[in-house]
Design a binder for this molecule. Sequence first.
Ligand SMILES: [Zn+2]
Length: 276
Amino acid sequence: MRVMNRNLYLCLACLTVAGCATLEEYTGLSAGGSGLVTNLNLVSTEKEVQLGQQFSTEVEKEEPLLNNPAIQHYVEEVGGRLARLAPRQEVSYSFKVIDAPDTVNAFALPGGYMYIYTGLMKLCDNEAELAAVMAHEIAHVSGKHHGEMMTRQTGMEVISSIALGENPGAAATLASQLFTSGVAARFSRAQEREADSTGMDILYRAGYPPEAMVSFMNKLLALDRESGGGRSLPIFATHPSPEERVALLQDLMRQYPEENHSYGEDRYFEEVRSHF
Ligand SMILES: [Zn+2]
């Protein structure tokens, strides 16, 4: 059923977006990982938060939230500890768990609305790995990457009409297209590098070992190899170049002193893994 919805969304997406020139077409520039236009952001924080609110409504219509207040509270607590260290503090970060044990994914919407799938939580062996994923997503929000991505890949008419509440159909389409399935838009390599770098900094300052970012990334790669190496995990749709990221993360890790940071293994088992 969900697959059918996705396909329907895609068709609607084509119909809605096809008529609007994107900034990429206006400028003739293509991001394509070159980082050329990645820092151009025409979406104000106010508009970004409005879009995020609408997208989150659409996501929650489509995806079942986990009905487990204890796990929800735990994830909020971990997220809160990370978010207060984010360089960008004028948005309020929120964290919700989606009940989809077979889906390895996590994403943040514009404005700081983050969703973590239970399938990804099952793959984490400790709190530090979950925090690593969340810190990376917080860093995307903090770096205003969503505004940059939408500026690059979505017609400004669409963004404006959604922010004004004039086009609820387009809100649903874009939420699905840009964020949950990630078929139409990816963060650029430059944005990924920044999210890894800022994310690792947040992770370290929150008292977690930076290695957790590398160990989780390696787990994703191993899972991908097991399933034929086709990059079919949803998380790869929005996060390109995993091998490149592992190499970069290993480089970044060397900047941090080895300290006795906690992986939170026991706590993670008690609070999360024992429930799955
Ligand atoms: Zn990313």
